[in-house]
Design a protein around this ligand. Structure first.
Ligand code: ATP
Length: 244
């Protein structure tokens, strides 16, 4: 075990030649990608319906893969429950945030600290979350439903942080947010990366997501069509023509 209580075994998360189906319909075709802990931000971008959420759900153990494999910190997750993957240090904040609307901000945060190693340090982690998002401390006794969209996104990220992730995935965190609030969310993503939490960012805001990314992938119609550093992809003809 490492000093933070997680099992050792680097390699982050590797998706290797994965095919995923919904019943008989293939949604993902031979996709490979890597999220290494040495990266600050890894982005997966692509249009609506390209398969971004499907891949993320498979990485979280919420969907089975038909071919290929996914390893999380060195272990094949085929027989893992989603909670095992959280325990290992990979947490996924879904696009709809899935907050508990009638629980307070503090209660929502506490719900995030369910892995054993996170429970033990939850008071300290909550202090860090409040330092990152002072508004959550101001509103700690408010019900989540009374927060603005941007504050709810901060709470969803804060709740994810309470589980002490090594890698935190954000599925379109800018959905439904005003442009200025979206900027704030991207600043948080950058900050988390710099604090040593690798962020796997799924986004339709291609420019932002590539700008922040050490490594990035472009998915279209269920297949990866380009990969490279964020900078390389920003300069590529395909990205320039199709997205910017
Ligand atoms: P968005 O930006 O709209 O969330 P996405 O890139 O995340 O798009 P997915 O939601 O992964 O894309 O969808 C990939 C493909 O799988 C789409 O063709 C979609 O219609 C299909 N799909 C997604 N969820 C299901 C489901 N539960 N049952 C059947 N097909 C699905």
């Amino acid at each position: 075990m490492s000093s933070d209580g997680h099992a050792d075994g680097d390699g982050g998360i590797a998706v290797e030649n994965v095919d995923i189906y919904y019943d008989d319909i293939q949604a993902i075709w031979d996709v490979s990608l890597e999220v290494r802990e040495s990266d600050n931000v890894v982005s997966l971008v692509g249009p609506n319906g390209a398969g971004k959420t499907t891949i993320l759900k498979a990485m979280s153990g919420l969907l089975d893969v038909r071919d290929g494999r996914i390893t999380v910190f060195g272990d094949d997750i085929e027989s893992f429950a989603p909670s095992d993957i959280v325990e290992k240090g990979f947490i996924h904040i879904p696009e709809d945030r899935e907050l508990f609307p009638h629980m307070t901000v503090r209660e929502n945060l506490e719900m995030g600290a369910y892995p054993k190693q996170a429970r033990e340090v939850r008071h300290e982690t909550m202090r860090e979350v409040f330092e990152l998002f002072p508004i959550l401390e101001e509103k700690e006794q408010e019900e989540a439903t009374n927060l603005s969209g941007g504050q709810q996104q901060m709470l969803a990220i804060g709740r994810g942080l309470m589980s002490k992730p090594r890698i935190l995935a954000l599925d379109e965190p800018s959905t439904g947010l005003a442009p200025q609030i979206t900027e704030d969310v991207f600043e948080v993503v950058e900050d988390l990366g710099e604090r040593g939490i690798t962020v796997f960012l799924i986004e339709q805001h291609v420019h932002h997501a590539l700008h922040l990314a050490d490594r990035a992938y472009v998915i279209e119609q269920g297949s990866i069509v380009a990969e490279g550093t964020g900078e390389e992809l920003l300069e590529s003809d395909h990205i320039q023509d199709a997205y910017l």
